[in-house]
Design a protein around this ligand. Sequence first.
Ligand SMILES: *Cc1c(COP(=O)(O)O)cnc(C)c1O
Length: 367
Amino acid sequence: MRTVKFVNLGKQYLHLREEILAKFDEISKEGAYILTRELADFESHFAEYCGTRYALGVGNGFDALYLSLCALNIGAGDEVITAPNSFVATAAAIARTGARIVFSDVGDDMNLDPALIESAITDRTKAIMPVHLTGRIADMDPIVKIAKQYQLNVIEDAAQAVGAGYKGKRAGAFGVCAGFSLHPLKNLHVHGDGGLITTDASALYHTLAACRNHGLRNRDECEFWGMNSRLDAIQAGIANIKLRHLDAWNTRIRAIACLYSDHLRNYVKVPHDRDDEDPVYHCYMIRFRDRDGLQRFLAHAGIETKVHYPLPLHLQPSARALGYPRGSFPMAEELSRTILSLPIYPELEDDEVHYVIDKIIQYCKKC
Ligand SMILES: *Cc1c(COP(=O)(O)O)cnc(C)c1O
């Protein structure tokens, strides 16, 4: 039977094998792995790519968000507003600082609905953490405006959105800082865990740089109790190679998204982009009433799909103490029942995309 895999990382590796092996060899011969020139080099390329002054490599996307909150002195007694339809790490990063997670519902674009944010703000609110879900930037103009008005920090969860555009700027350039993930399933990824923080604020950057490295200002002097969360030289070297290909990959991903949308829009709800934005489709999500039936039918046809995410954050067992009953966030809950992520990655062939399209249409016609 024909199969279409949801991801195929091995295929991407084969394209870059020579370059990556040469880099591994070069770094290993040099024998320097932690906080090296290779990392500084990648950080400056990444900052330039995002249009920010600084970028800082860290251990993973969770740490990028957690360190950002800590460096902004957010903790017990504070509240942070975020979306209820994200990956668990968004909420966990807030909870781990001791701050309270305050959810606010999303709009039709699956991102924080700016019109609902103000009603979630209290005296304790310190920050808003919009998630650029699926690689589509949240509506940042009104969100930044509200944050200014109430003197709140905006920390972007840009884990899914490397390279995404909104009104001429890229993800990572809207908030006081932003967290990125280099997890193998993200558009720009390394061969293991990795993450980044971008910012324009130099004081915050220097605090974060110490924070990821045991709180050390220099080799011997510990300014405050920090963490160990660094991007190692080999991962930075791999990321440096891949960053050069990122725009071409995102272009290919957008072409696949166009193919899906053009053929499927009469059968299922497809993403509808605003004119002033440039999503990178970390996920390509359709919406369909009988989502579970469609997913089973596609699985029988050898097509792997996923649901991001079937249980909203406010209904997770870990969120019980927050006390949000079912029905608190109608849009997020509706999405969790109807969304389906289709395979999308640069190495996916046109004939595979058409096979997925044909099978979806076949099912919808039967319904
Ligand atoms: C992947 C992801 C994270 C966490 O990244 P890790 O590198 O896996 O720690 C955080 N937020 C969102 C929205 C993500 O998709």
